[in-house]
Design a binder for this molecule. Structure first.
Ligand code: CA
Length: 652
């Protein structure tokens, strides 16, 4: 009788697992090129964030925790503190010589006071290598005058290189200048002497700072930060040794006035250059987040981010959430890899924080630029990004292409909206920009951007400004607080296993059912199962769409071949469920990364090929892999394997 009930409860659990599995099937679709890139970080450096428990923990206790953490870290094998983000309880460390970054991350993640630890990832500018044409200021001026005299006002302005009707010039004189708006350009820097920026008085000035006195006059943590800050050189000396940041900044100023004709009015958009990309166009997470916190704390309303990379950084997401809670718009390049960002995430463009506007690049014919990333869910709209003419260091102009060039159009528009309506928060600004796009069509009436971006549209400045004037300004926005849920979940999964069955199978090591389990143990298991069933049922009913599924997990010992990007690895599988496996392989695989596995059946007679996503990791040796997509044949095979395992386990 007891055994029959036990079997019944097992079947109930199995049913729940299958139901949950079937329900969650469509949530993950995966792209081949998401394979992990393991060397996308600065060698020898990590970023560590302490748990803050802010609701329950006073600042004094937090300071004690931070102090004890730091002395603990520094007392052991030579971690060197490079920078401390004190208010955030975040630390940037150099790891001891000879220690691998992945080992340092694992070591920190095991510290009970650590919320997350991660490599110091590298990001790059989002331009592409199309031929760049260079013009002197005089050339551009005469081109502009020529276009004007031939009656082509659009061509005489920001549109010199794009004839897409984004209606920038129609907004000039149409925006009521209620505020001066600061746009932080987190990029390669700025040529402060370029006539467009000096002529239009378009460079942000920190009024609290006295230039070149080597003193942090306004006590904001940065010395001589008169016109922004150079996080690469760690100084107030601003320059642009690449050209990218100056070009991007010109597009932003150019959304508010004509930057080509040699005459300037006082720009209401002020550029705050924050240099974090070096002369090769690369920069680090540590410097990017420094720049973002600087921007928010020093009065920027919009942050332009014409850069990105494939690695998820919790520290970066947290910085963007900070910007959101301060009402700041965060505009990011969708990327230039012709990729679908819905399946191949690009960061920061793909962070799901409500102030992030990810921008694809369109051509002057309103088609998607061939290089541009897209995403029906993750990329809301497109803006021109092909051969855009803008300012270049040295006083002249150049054409450049990329989602890097599309992004500042949207930053410029966000700034104009803020000029018109200073109290509008990022959430509403994003809403207006998205809702007021044009949806270009081809000659047969088909939407040109239909499968590419969420709105199927390309930016329209005039419509967005008109909508801003008509809008009722919302004083609140949806709450958003960062949580590194995945990582916490990961460690809890690693610590506790994935449910009851695993627990029982662990017990099996010390004389389980197959070795003749006594009746007392059976009834304990039975009672456990009866308790677990309603809990699992409850979890199944209350789970959110993205919540991870719960499956019975069976102990298994079999071989697996793993493909991670170009690497081929051999490892073992120590447990399996309908939803995934526990993979043991001696290699660093990034959390969130996609791997391809060929798993051998326990009897060695067959194998299944399946893709999965790393959802937790332990000591760079053991990984929780969630199956990305499995077809019916694979499901049947796993079911038959687990059924056999189950029969073996309960042969009492
Ligand atoms: Ca200062």
């Amino acid at each position: 009788m007891a055994r029959a009930l036990l079997k019944l409860s097992i079947y109930l659990l199995l049913f729940l697992s299958f139901a949950s599995y079937a329900h969650g099937q469509t949530q993950y679709t995966v792209h081949q090129s998401q394979y992990v890139q393991s060397q996308n970080y600065v060698p020898g450096e990590i970023i560590v964030k302490l748990k803050t428990d802010s609701s329950t923990m006073g600042s004094a206790r937090m300071a004690v925790r931070a102090q004890s953490f730091l002395s603990r870290v520094q007392s052991r094998n030579g971690f060197h503190l490079k920078r401390s983000f004190r208010e955030l309880h975040m630390y940037h460390f150099a790891v001891p010589t000879g220690m691998r970054v992945e080992d340092a991350v694992a070591q920190m993640q095991n510290d009970p006071d650590v919320q997350y630890a991660e490599p110091n990832y590298i990001f790059t500018k989002e331009t592409i290598d199309l031929p760049s044409e260079h013009y002197s200021a005089q050339d551009v001026q005469s081109m502009s005058v020529q276009a004007q005299s031939s009656g082509n006002t659009a061509q005489s302005s920001t549109y010199l290189a794009t004839s897409a009707p984004i209606e920038v010039t129609s907004t000039w004189g149409n925006v009521t200048p209620n505020a001066t708006v600061v746009v932080a350009v987190v990029d390669t820097g700025l040529d402060l002497t370029h006539p467009v920026f000096t002529g239009a008085n378009a460079i942000w000035t920190n009024s609290g700072e006295i230039p070149n006195n080597q003193i942090d006059d306004d006590n904001n943590g940065y010395v001589d930060d008169v016109n922004g800050y150079n996080f690469v050189a760690n100084s107030g000396a601003m320059y642009d040794d690449d050209g990218h940041g100056t070009h991007v900044s010109g597009i932003i100023v150019g959304t508010g006035e004509n930057i080509y004709d040699g005459t300037y009015s006082n720009s209401l958009i002020k550029i705050m250059p924050l240099k974090f990309l070096d002369s090769t166009g690369s920069g680090t997470t540590a410097n990017a987040i420094s720049a973002i916190y600087y921007a928010v704390n020093n009065g920027a309303s919009v942050i332009n981010n014409s850069w990105g990379g494939p690695n998820y950084s919790a520290a970066l997401e947290e910085a963007i959430a900070y910007a959101y809670n301060a009402g700041v718009v965060f505009v990011a390049a969708a990327g230039n890899y012709s990729d679908d960002n819905d399946t191949t995430p690009m960061y920061p463009a793909n962070y799901n924080v409500p102030n992030v506007i990810s921008v694809a690049a369109s051509t002057d014919q309103d088609q998607m630029a061939y290089f541009s990333n897209f995403g029906q869910q993750s990329v809301p709209l497109a803006a021109p990004g092909m051969s855009i003419l803008s300012t270049y260091p040295g006083g002249g102009f150049a054409t450049m292409s990329g989602t890097s060039m599309a992004t500042p159009f949207i930053s410029g528009l966000a700034a104009l909206i803020k000029e018109q309506s200073p109290k509008m928060l990022s959430y509403q600004i994003k809403q207006i920009i998205d809702q007021q796009v044009d949806m270009p069509v081809d000659s047969s009436g088909n939407y040109l951007l239909a499968d590419k971006v969420a709105t199927q549209g390309r930016v329209n400045f005039l419509k967005a400004i008109d909508a801003t004037k008509a809008a009722l300004v919302q004083s609140t926005q949806p709450a958003y607080s960062f949580s590194s849920q995945d990582r916490q979940l990961a460690s809890s999964l690693a610590a506790s296993g994935c449910g009851l069955i695993k627990q029982v199978i662990h017990d099996d090591k010390g004389g389980g059912p197959s070795n003749g389990l006594g009746p007392e143990s059976w009834s304990i298991f039975f009672i456990l199962a009866m308790f677990a069933a309603p809990i699992l049922m409850y979890q199944y009913l209350r789970r959110k769409p993205v919540q991870r599924r719960v499956h019975e997990r069976f102990k298994i010992d079999t071989d697996v071949r793993v493909k991670v990007g170009d690497r081929e690895l051999v490892g073992s599988i120590s447990s399996i469920s309908m939803g995934g496996v526990q993979l043991n392989v001696d290699a660093l695989i990034e959390q969130g990364g996609i791997i391809a596995m060929s798993i051998r059946s326990p009897d060695g007679r067959e194998s299944i090929a399946v893709e999965g996503r790393i959802v937790w990791s332990e000591a760079q040796k053991s990984y929780g892999v969630q199956f990305a997509e499995t077809n019916e044949a694979i499901k049947e095979k796993i079911a038959s394997w687990t059924a056999r395992l189950q029969r073996a386990a309960f042969k009492a």
